[in-house]
Ligand binder design. Structure first.
Ligand SMILES: *[C@@H]1O[C@H](CO)[C@@H](O)[C@H](O)[C@H]1NC(C)=O
Ligand SMILES: *[C@@H]1O[C@H](CO)[C@@H](O)[C@H](O)[C@H]1NC(C)=O
Ligand SMILES: *[C@@H]1O[C@H](CO)[C@@H](O)[C@H](O)[C@H]1NC(C)=O
Ligand SMILES: *[C@@H]1O[C@H](CO)[C@@H](O)[C@H](O)[C@H]1NC(C)=O
Ligand SMILES: *[C@@H]1O[C@H](CO)[C@@H](O)[C@H](O)[C@H]1NC(C)=O
Ligand SMILES: [Zn+2]
Length: 517
């Protein structure tokens, strides 16, 4: 056991990392925008113009009010406990538990908890390895490789990205496009929906460039960057009594409201409700709770999260959920609905909103992301700055952007574990036996290789570590291609959501859905 003081010191940096993501006023203007898009040419599911109106020509009254719940930074017991205080007790109108999106950075992450969170149905997305703004390719792609190798997340399941500090550039978006991400969610919607110049667009593709953050990001907007089929899911700000001059984007509960000098939970609740109501009574653009859950942890040594704030956020969600047609979702669920919009009367038929539970024998001893099954089977990787657990064998050194998949450490005679191959789903893969528990058509899938890195290297997962990257003799911070200069294999962008849906649909016996819309 680590002494408490050591633990607190070792983990302190995540608090510093979490201080990101503020805006102080509008991040775009009508002059800077220069956006045009022809909705007769740009059509769902793989193209959508930036628009304040709901997708698919639906009337606002036919549209659900989505509340997107996201968390950023390290996945640890502390941060998952924190998220669970808000979501674990809730259900959506179809009776299913709430899913959310975790933008994961790898410093301080406990890999086994990433597996658990994913297998429980949540979305795992990319937030770079070491939490850097305007990240180089190896920070973005290295994260994919390590999440696949040490947490068993299929590459095709990692679809989204958020820039640390919300600091991105046109080049960042281009890198994401090259690595076959489906969406970015780093741009702000910074003007209230009640303003005629609002930038609160429904999620849209960059076929005609970006339409948010035009004043913030050089070279963006006026048609740039053009990335066909690649989505932006804007982050929708709350606004206090100061209106456009009082935006609150991430962790609004940490800010003082209405120009005051002190945080006041009552005032925060008031403006969160007012902004929600403006969306709900208007075009129902999503609302987002974009959290750094470490700030509201009640279990992290040294953090004293105020219970009044935790209770206020739950009061907000209780109040919102009492209104008809309100759904709390992950970004991938939101995007699936936007691509295939159906009126609220049909939401109980939407696959991506259904409950997904892998049917694994509860008595099976298999390291698969299900706590009951994997108990006693985890490897403990005792690195000094952040120890972690994993099902997939400890690496010889901590993963880093220069070496995201080091060889496996068997120096104490441990048996080599097998990483998730491209034809078995995470909850059914036994990394110790190297065996897929389910060989029937109903629970297998193919995790397509993904072009990764500036040289278009090709990655499909599997193996035992060390195989995507040959570390050079002299340590270097230079980018090392994973397997030479193989040409990229470019799937059409639309293929990934289809694959994931097929996987979820096929993998999982759906639990009965109460229709309570
Ligand atoms: C890491 O995961 C292990 C296994 O679930 C758990 O026992 C431990 O408390 C976790 N630690 C942190 C800091 O997340
Ligand atoms: C964004 O990140 C880059 C690279 O880390 C840094 O140089 C720059 O100052 C950051 N910009 C802002 C606005 O934080
Ligand atoms: C907190 O905000 C509420 C609602 O705006 C207000 O009535 C109350 O006076 C504020 N409390 C303090 C201490 O400022
Ligand atoms: C996955 O591929 C391996 C190697 O090609 C093969 O032996 C195995 O039967 C496949 N598993 C399933 C579940 O299709
Ligand atoms: C990528 O790797 C897979 C598995 O080895 C292979 O089947 C595929 O042909 C490769 N694609 C490219 C473009 O090299
Ligand atoms: Zn962050």
């Amino acid at each position: 056991m680590l002494p408490y003081a050591f633990l607190a010191a070792a983990l302190l940096p995540i608090l510093a990392l979490a201080q990101d993501g503020g805006i102080s006023g509008p991040t775009t203007s009508p002059d800077a925008l220069g956006y045009s898009c022809d909705p007769t040419k740009c059509q769902l599911p793989n193209c959508n113009c930036a628009s304040t109106s709901p997708p698919g020509g639906l009337k606002p009254s036919e549209v659900p009010q989505f509340i997107v719940f996201t968390a950023d930074d390290a996945i640890q017991s502390y941060t998952l406990d924190s998220v669970n205080q808000f979501l674990a007790q809730r259900k959506n109108p179809n009776g299913c538990p709430i899913k959310m999106t975790y933008f994961t950075s790898l410093s301080f992450t406990n890999y086994t908890l990433v597996t658990d969170w994913y297998v429980a149905g949540n979305e795992i997305a990319d937030h770079t390895m070491t939490h850097v703004g305007t990240p180089p390719a190896e920070e973005i792609n290295g994260n994919l490789i390590t999440l696949n190798a040490l947490a068993g997340i299929p590459l095709s399941a990692i679809k989204g990205f958020r820039a640390p500090f919300l600091n991105y550039s046109v080049e960042t978006l281009q890198l994401l496009y090259k690595s076959q991400f489906t969406y970015d969610s780093s741009a702000a919607a910074s003007i209230p929906v009640t303003d005629p110049n609002t930038d609160a667009y429904w999620p849209y593709t960059l076929d005609n460039g970006m339409a948010n953050d035009c004043l913030e990001v050089p070279g963006q907007c006026k048609g740039q960057p053009k990335l066909p089929g690649f989505w932006e899911i804007p982050m929708y700000a709350f606004f206090d009594n100061l209106g456009v001059a009082g935006p609150h984007l991430m962790d609004p509960w940490l800010d003082a409201a209405n120009g005051d000098s002190k945080v006041n939970d009552t005032a925060t609740l008031e403006y969160m409700q007012n902004t929600f109501t403006a969306h709900y009574n208007g075009n129902r653009q999503p609302i987002g709770l974009y959290t750094h859950p470490i700030h509201l942890s009640t279990t992290y040594p040294g953090v004293n999260a105020p219970m009044s704030t935790i209770n206020m956020i739950n009061a907000f969600l209780d109040w919102a959920q009492e209104q008809p047609n309100v759904w709390i979702v992950s970004n991938e669920q939101l995007l699936d609905w936007v691509q295939h919009p159906v009126p609220v009367s049909q939401l109980n038929q939407v696959e991506s909103l259904k409950c997904t539970t892998p049917q694994v024998d509860a008595s099976a001893k298999i390291c698969n992301g299900i706590p009951g099954n994997e108990e006693g089977l985890l490897s403990h990787c005792a690195f000094s700055d952040f120890p972690f657990y994993t099902c997939y064998g400890c690496p010889t050194e901590q993963p880093s952007p220069a070496n995201p998949n080091p060889p496996q450490d068997t120096s104490n005679g441990q048996a080599m574990r097998h990483r998730l191959p491209s034809n078995c789903s995470t909850p059914f893969w036994d990394p110790i036996a190297g065996n897929c528990l389910c060989n029937s058509q109903t629970c297998t899938f193919t995790d397509n290789s993904r072009a990764i890195g500036p040289n278009g290297a090709n990655l499909t997962g599997g193996g035992t570590g060390g195989s995507f990257n040959q570390p050079s003799q002299t340590p270097t911070n230079q980018y090392i291609p994973f397997n030479g200069a193989a040409p990229p294999s470019l799937l059409p962008m639309g293929a990934y959501p289809a694959i994931i849906l097929a996987v979820i649909g096929a993998l999982i016996g759906t639990i009965g859905v109460a229709s309570n819309l």
